[in-house]
Design a protein around this ligand. Structure first.
Ligand SMILES: Cc1cc2nc3c(=O)[nH]c(=O)nc-3n(C[C@H](O)[C@H](O)[C@H](O)COP(=O)(O)OP(=O)(O)OC[C@H]3O[C@@H](n4cnc5c(N)ncnc54)[C@H](O)[C@@H]3O)c2cc1C
Length: 372
């Protein structure tokens, strides 16, 4: 087959978002030759809550990446706000950062370029081929093809890896506001039908993302139900357009077939309410880099299952509480009156502390809820 890509590569990554770039960087660190193709032009934006939790920053460090100063804004914990009740907890270790997706993309891209990753932009991948994949219809030969093409992955469909254990869909809208952060916490505001989180991303900008089950509910309409948040955003200039996205809870039966393997949202995901999607993608990428180098994708599949377990559990718990107003009110009261319980939950969320601590804290919270 005639092609403008005569050179064969070790790894061809479909999708140059966070998961694709992180995988490319990890594979390069094992000496593999890597090319990434993305249909878009950098820096790529995407509707997101834009919070990188301490475990996500640690996962980035493992890839050799530190966010340069000025690109992000630190916050030290999470605050829940629900119908007049507030509860907050500080991360047990380190800080988190709010970072605009375009800034994060630039940081990842600079690192990938410095590692020798070859990039193809405005290069939509149109199909798979026994020897690699097709870029705008032309063959690019590669030993491994990595599908990092996001929630609606076509690679996943092409290679018939779309059989799921579980699938659940919600709708999100995001916008940025020019306003000085009023807090050094990331805030999660709860109502029964939707949640909104507010993440400080610079000294003069806050990202606001709303998630609900309705594709028709828009951010401005939902904000009317959140007077505490509206008070901060009133009169603030919009610094981005409202953009929509879907967030999908998806557990795949398998994440590879033959020489094709999935990573990031393409490989399944957890609801955006967790703020753990990026961390998960970076951890999967590190593991996938090792497994591509050793040629052992069965090990990747096993590790992938393990990595998704904790965020998936936290997502289930958070969505259950969100759906039950009485339970949510009680949980908020428990967290408000016992900040240690909330701190214990937050520690579990970001993977800190022992299983024993988490069980003990879970029992204490459960007991307080039962006493109500
Ligand atoms: C509302 C919302 C809020 C969120 N908040 C947070 C948060 O606060 N913290 C957090 O950690 N996570 C959050 N997440 C999750 C996070 O955004 C995702 O987990 C993350 O973007 C996954 O990265 P990815 O690279 O797998 O996919 P994507 O970011 O979707 O990247 C996929 C890339 O593939 C490219 N592509 C697709 N098809 C093709 C093709 N055929 N050919 C070539 N290129 C292709 C696309 O152009 C895109 O660049 C949130 C998600 C949503 C929806």
């Amino acid at each position: 087959m005639e092609t403008r890509f005569p050179k064969p590569w070790d790894v061809f990554v479909v999708g140059g978002g966070p998961a694709g770039l992180a995988t490319a960087i990890a594979a390069r660190s094992h000496g593999l030759s890597v090319v990434v193709a993305d249909g878009a032009v950098p820096p790529i934006d995407k509707p997101c809550g834009e919070g990188l939790m301490p475990d996500g920053l640690e996962a980035l460090h493992q890839l050799g990446i530190t966010i340069p100063e000025g690109e992000s804004y630190p916050f030290r914990g999470i605050r829940f706000v629900s119908e007049g009740i507030q509860a907050e907890a500080v991360f047990p270790r380190g800080t988190a950062h709010g970072i605009r997706r375009t800034n994060l993309h630039r940081v990842l891209l600079d690192h990938a370029a410095a590692c020798g990753v070859r990039m193809l932009w405005q290069a939509a991948v149109t199909g798979l081929h026994p020897e690699g994949a097709l870029v705008a219809g032309e063959l690019l030969r590669a030993r491994w093809v990595v599908g990092a093409d996001g929630t609606s992955s076509r690679v996943r469909d092409w290679v018939k890896l779309d059989a799921t254990h579980q699938k659940n869909l919600r709708f999100a809208f995001r916008r940025h506001y020019r306003v000085a952060p009023w807090t050094d916490f990331m805030e999660l505001h709860w109502r029964r039908h939707c949640q909104i989180y507010a993440t400080p991303v610079s000294h003069e900008e806050v990202c606001v993302a709303m998630i609900s089950r309705s594709p028709k509910l828009r951010l401005e309409d939902a904000l009317g139900e959140f007077p505490e948040l509206c008070a901060h955003l009133e009169d603030a200039e919009h610094t981005s357009n409202e953009r929509g996205a879907i967030t999908v809870t998806r557990r795949l039966r398998r994440v590879y077939r033959g020489q094709t393997v999935l990573v990031g949202d393409a490989s399944g995901g957890v609801d955006a309410i967790t703020g753990e999607g990026l961390c998960l993608a970076f951890r999967q990428a590190t593991l996938l880099g090792e497994c591509l180098a050793s040629g052992d994708l069965a090990r990747y599949q096993k590790g992938h299952r393990r990595l998704i377990r904790r965020p998936a559990f936290m997502a289930r718990m958070m969505l259950f509480v969100a759906r039950h107003p009485h339970l949510r009110r009680r949980t908020m009261q428990v967290f408000q009156s016992s900040p240690r319980s909330f701190a214990g939950m937050l520690a579990m969320h970001v993977g800190e502390g022992s299983t024993r601590d988490h069980i003990a804290n879970g029992i204490a919270v459960g007991w307080e809820l039962l006493k109500a």
